[in-house]
Design a binder for this molecule. Structure first.
Ligand code: NAD
Length: 331
């Protein structure tokens, strides 16, 4: 695996330094084009719409068509500027167009910077199935400019914080302490705080992916809170991904306490931090429904489930257990 280079700072200046000499085509969305016209329009560009429905093969086909009409060839460099939807689509198009062209990202959402832009997964949805088709191909670079997070709606910013907290619990106890201190300071979204949090969280993900790019083992750790979170997200339409992951992390932390793996005081720290960040940690749907949806979501071929459990703040384990055993942790 060729490691992705991570850059932090002013996107405009960074691009001048890191882009190759070759032809560059930007893929972005309408919001980014409207908010950052100077950044985008200095290059040839293709703007797609916004929202999860856009992350589909129709959009991919549209982009292939535009690239062919432009005469883009194997030497063209694709630059995705946007959140997770733009970077997933750009990565997918780049890794398939003419059997693969080089690509990189300017990641513009907190969730994108700490999660979607790194790790090389480039998925698109098919009907209501998320990321059903995709590739694992690493971008050459990711630029994270935290000043761009200033235009992100607060709810989107908070959703990204759930993934920062997840990274801290999975692999960086010091990052967890840092977030606690930032929250106590009254504004954890100051650019200098965000810059530190993004770089630490990215490092957690990158070091895990370096050991297990294709998710046959250690990479599963990054799913902390996601198994239950996905079920909550499906059942409650007004809860976004980060909000559902926050609920999932709280529930799984308490399950780990019941298994004797995690201390009650650490589980309380997790809940306290999520609450202070403004997350609701109690799902609005009954636990039986969440468990039923979890079982369906896993499309289980056997009765086992791999579940990520915290053993300390900064350390998690993956445990394979029978689904019935897993269910008993929540009654
Ligand atoms: P998104 O890309 O839809 O961005 C959220 C919204 O914010 C969009 O409307 C976008 O136009 C807007 N936006 C982006 N940057 C902005 C900025 N700086 N200022 C103002 N508005 C801005 O959503 P997201 O949360 O970044 O990503 C979600 C997607 O990421 C999902 O499709 C998910 O499946 C995917 N994802 C992928 C991975 C992976 O490993 N590839 C990991 C996690 C999530």
């Amino acid at each position: 695996m060729i490691p992705t280079k991570l850059y932090f700072g002013d996107a405009m200046a960074m691009l001048r330094e890191v882009l190759p000499e070759s032809r560059v085509v930007v893929i972005t969305d309408e919001n980014i084009l409207r908010l950052y016209p100077n950044l985008v329009t200095q290059y040839e560009h293709i703007a797609i719409g916004c929202g999860e429905d856009i992350k589909c093969m129709d959009t991919v086909m549209h982009i292939y068509g535009e690239l062919m009409a432009m005469g883009a060839d194997r030497s063209t460099f694709l630059l995705g500027i946007g959140g997770g939807i733009v970077t997933d689509i750009t990565g997918f198009v780049a890794s398939t167009y003419m059997r693969g062209v080089a690509f990189g990202f300017v990641s513009t959402t907190l969730l994108g910077q700490v999660d979607a832009s790194v790790g090389g997964k480039n998925g698109v949805n098919v009907a209501s199935f998320k990321n059903m088709i995709g590739t694992i191909t690493q971008p050459q670079f990711v630029i994270s400019d935290v000043t761009m997070l200033g235009t992100l709606p607060e709810r989107e910013l908070r959703a990204g914080m759930a993934e920062v907290v997840k990274s801290a619990i999975v692999g960086d106890g010091e990052l967890f302490d840092y977030i606690e201190r930032c929250v106590s300071d009254g504004n954890c979204y100051l650019p200098e705080y965000l810059q530190y949090m993004v770089s630490r969280a990215m490092n957690v993900k990158m070091s895990i992916v370096a050991e297990d790019e294709r998710e046959s083992g250690k990479r599963r750790l990054l799913n902390l809170g996601h198994t239950i979170g996905h079920a909550i997200e499906k059942l409650t339409h007004d809860v976004n991904h980060g909000e559902a992951v926050a609920m999932g992390m709280s529930l799984i932390a308490r399950a780990a306490v019941r298994l004797g793996l995690f201390s009650p005081s650490d589980a309380e720290r997790v809940d306290a931090l999520l609450l202070r960040l403004g997350f609701d940690i109690a799902p609005k749907v009954p636990m039986e429904e969440i468990l039923r949806a979890t079982r369906q979501d896993k499309k289980k071929s056997d009765e086992y489930i791999n579940i990520v459990l915290p053993v300390a703040i900064g350390e998690c384990v993956v445990r394979k257990m029978k689904f019935e055993e897993f269910e008993k942790l929540f009654v």
